[in-house]
Design a protein around this ligand. Structure first.
Ligand SMILES: [Zn+2]
Length: 343
């Protein structure tokens, strides 16, 4: 994968406001991807026999083989040519498109499920005084998922099995202590406004070092490495398969694979995700989440996502690292301005 010296002439990195960017045409060419259309539009699509990658200039939203994935930095236009941040090539596209850049086995014996919230922490609440609380449905989903995972042959442990309050650090500490092979934190979203418009599923994994997070309170790019960064590629691969399975199975709106340094993710010493399984506040999606048949489907989709992740043959095709090809990394002289940071 390294030593692609021939690419040095092809792939030139440029520093844009302190972040290294690579021309999309160079990187795509070095990886056998061709544009489906013009390089110069607001939307650029590159394809080969097995991959289809869609980008939008000035946006961090990308679509990788049919699944929405948030990049860490928006695609930039330099003299009309689209450029991608090198960090995204190495920390997002390469792990998703390269076959097993990490060949260590993916044997999954024990899965730790974390039903979000509980006890005095209700999570999202909808429907007024006698309404419904997120904590009720995260537990119901976790219990259904536990049963399905056990039937599929996995050991399962829950961070709570009743309506009790558990501190965030204690949840991931339990997963670490029992040596779980995966950690899945289960949540449902809510919004106070635009209730009729906002719906869909999101899957979060740890933010790469050097990038800002893509959750609402996303911390800046200067956050140091966390324990979870050791498993960031595997967490991203799991997040991708999870989001794909959830969106396809539930026919839910695809709000994308996203990155966050949530307290329940950053200390995990195994691949770890936080799933936002839909919006309780949406009149249609909320009703589905309250229905046990829909939660059974959701649990089945999560099992399917885990199984797809477990066999890395489902990863499509070879893409080369930029590691040997881009210009040497300089220490950032300038902090990227807000426009280059995705919140
Ligand atoms: Zn929650």
């Amino acid at each position: 994968m390294l030593g692609i010296a021939g690419c040095a002439a092809l792939v030139q990195a440029a520093s844009l406001n302190g972040e290294w960017y690579v021309p999309l045409s160079d990187w795509a060419g070095a990886n056998g991807l061709r544009p489906a259309g013009s390089w110069r539009g607001a939307r650029v699509v590159v394809t080969n026999r097995v991959n289809r990658l869609e980008f939008e200039v000035d946006s961090a939203q990308s679509r990788i083989n049919g699944v929405n994935v948030r990049l860490s930095f928006p695609v930039a236009s330099v003299r009309g040519a689209p450029h991608l941040a090198r960090l995204d090539l190495d920390k997002t596209l390469l792990p998703l498109l390269s076959p097993v850049s990490d060949p260590s086995p993916r044997r999954i014996a024990t899965i730790c499920l974390d039903p979000g919230h509980g006890g005095k922490d209700t999570g999202n609440h909808v429907g007024g005084l006698f309404g419904r609380n997120e904590k009720t449905y995260t537990l119901a989903l976790a219990q259904e998922l536990r049963d399905q995972l056990k039937r599929a042959g996995f050991n399962v442990i829950l961070t709570r099995n009743r309506d009790s309050f558990v501190e965030l650090p204690a949840r991931v500490a339990l997963a670490n202590r029992v040596g779980a092979d995966l950690f899945l934190s289960l949540h449902f979203n809510g919004t106070p406004s635009n209730k009729n418009e906002v719906d869909g599923v999101e899957t979060y994994c740890i933010t790469p070092v050097g990038a800002s997070s893509s959750n609402a309170q996303g911390e800046g790019s200067r956050h140091g490495p966390t324990a979870a960064n050791r498993f960031e590629n595997k967490s991203l691969q799991l997040a991708y398969q999870m989001q794909k399975s959830l969106v396809q199975t539930l026919r839910a709106e695809d709000r994308g694979v996203r990155r966050a340094r949530f307290a329940v993710l950053r200390d995990a010493t195994m691949p770890a995700l936080l799933i936002e399984g839909g919006y309780l506040s949406h009149p249609v999606e909320g009703k589905k989440i309250f229905d046990s048949a829909y939660r059974q489907q959701m649990a089945a989709a999560i099992v399917k996502g885990i199984l797809a992740y477990q066999k890395p043959t489902s990863v499509p095709a070879k893409v080369k690292s930029t590691a040997a090809s881009a210009a040497p990394v300089r220490k950032r002289a300038v902090k990227p301005p807000e426009t280059y940071k995705f919140k």
